[in-house]
Design a protein around this ligand. Sequence first.
Ligand code: GLA
Length: 722
Amino acid sequence: MSIKISRKTNEIIIKTANTMYVMGIKFGKFPVHLYYGRNGRGVKYEYKSPVTSFSPYFEEHGYDYFPDVAASEFSFFGYGDFRADALRLRDMSTGSDTTMFYYKKARVLKGRVDIPGLPCAEADENTETLELTMVDEVTGCELKLYYTVFADCDVISRYFTLTNRGKNPVKIEKCMMLCLDIDKDDLDMISFHGSHCFERMYTREHVAPGNRSIFSRRGASSHQFNPFFMLCDPKATEERGDAYGFNLVYSGSFLSEVETEQCGKTRVLSGLGSDNFSYLLEPGETFTSPEAVMSYSNRGIGQVSRNMHKFTRNHILPNDRFEKRPVVLNSWEAFWFDIDEDVMTRFAAEAAKVGMDMVVMDDGWFGGRIDDRRGLGDWWPNPDRFKNGLGSFIDNVKKSGVKFGIWIEPEMINPDSQLFKEHPEWAISAPGRELLLSRSQAVLDMANPEVVQYLKDRFEETFGGLSIDYFKWDMNRHLSEVYSPTLPPERQGEVSFRYMKGVYDLLRWLNERFPNAMIETCSGGGGRYDLGMMKYSTQIWTSDNTYPVARTAIQYGSTFGYPATTMSCHVANHGDSVENARQLEYYYRVALNGPLGYEFDILKIGDTAKAAISKQIAEYREYEELILRGELYRLQNPMKDGAYSYYFVNEDNSEILLSYLQAFGDKKEKTNKLKISRAETGATYIDTIGGNTYTGEDLRRGIEVKSDKDGGYARMFHFVKE
Ligand code: GLA
């Protein structure tokens, strides 16, 4: 039992393997937050509502409960709490946006509550959910807060339903599923910002007084801020100290806020925010929020990452159907838009010869798509490029013994397309305003179920009956001028949210319709690298930036919230660099951080490089299980320490794969000590690469790696316990 409701003490206690979360019900009506931290003996917590001036209070409770400073399980707009709010509701009959719900009851459910139309974590036989019902007597709305407990991963998720049981419509004007009041204000925040080609750049800074937010108003979780973020003790390291991690199982616009207040607490909020979201609830209607997740560890930042990795692997990723990942050869950086069926067939044959498993035909195969100005929306093979249709081409490719994958970008439309001629109203635009383009394309109105149905029918016609093993689902622009002619004026605030539901509907359909095809998602590289997408895709294209220097930073940042198994890593060719043995080796070592792939014109590669690639693939197969299923320990930050080093370890510590990646030369040739805390004392390990023997103590004290005076230097150690 992970959840206990004590009627005697008016407390609710949630326990995971290593953490504990406690709330109390103050005065029988205010759910107050009491504790979130380690689980075990000696844990102490108490209710505190410091006396504070200039804060409204309830006459009957006096100074015992100040809405403005009490640690709350959920926070409401405009009723005595001046901090950032989780829920703002407008009563459409009076126009008032003062929001307040009071506790009514709590119960424990086996499993979880489903979130209609949205991705959410899968429950297993141990999953339990706390349901806390609250009511607003004025509007008649009922709020149910859910806490679903994934005890084995030390993860608790948060989501809610709001049902309008009143007589008048209400509008949700701010929606944050996660609200956590931490009883301290001396914390660091770790977040991941960036831009196209520079996703998930790690930043750590002290949380200064005020409100710090990360967000996307782009209709996609975005390159600019990833929804995953952390808070930690300023002294916390990878393996020591208090750390919290937060994320959303959602891929659209979002807002997360960290706010410190006058009495020494920090409020954490995460959800849909209010910029791209409002939602009208007519009497009788229910709104269900997306899911947010949180994890805590007193064993450092790295442990929170590993909790998130385990959670993603066990509860988010589609059932490990594709545990053995294909090593792909992708056509994008080889041919760009110049897809030619004969060349592609030879490309596939060459891929097979070096031991690759699959070729992926990227952009440029459909409609009139000869460049990025036309064709999106016309999802049929370009008749000039496939003389005998797609089916016969795929058969030819497969004769070489490789699998076949194909690129699609379902959510987009070029004004220069057949689809736009037929349905200009399907492109998202604001009434009376010029349509803005980005990469010459507009966004399809996925909030319109007719559009989603059209895409299903279209894909059925083009792909039904073909032997496709893999789809790469791309999304290459963000949503502006968000508006849908299919919704009335008072529901326009719902478009961005309904858009995501449309995307998920199509993704779900694609998974179900082609159960043997794996899906890799992508958004101009890693612009939609989130748990929502991971629910429907096996892996995500990490970034359009395939330069190893940038890749180490991007991959380092990505590992904080997401397991290596989601991080598609390709070796690319930059100006014939793969013909240089040292560079090819370095590119490959950098790519060994997730499912491996290649992305260049193999028909132009020399035999020496091809032989090296064959060896790489064989080696990758040896380590694949450890990379995709092992536990990750980060040792060096490539942006700070001059090298990126990390190791994967299996559950029983008998196999360890240590990587050291140094992008730039180091004239000082310093000695790096790479400490492997998971090595067992008393055990002996053999490095199967270098041939040396080490004791567990040696590894715990640290393997010494001298940095190289030249850049592009990689070392790898594979320790196996004797
Ligand atoms: C995006 C993707 C690339 C490639 C191109 C094709 O940029 O991230 O990998 O598929 O689109 O247009």
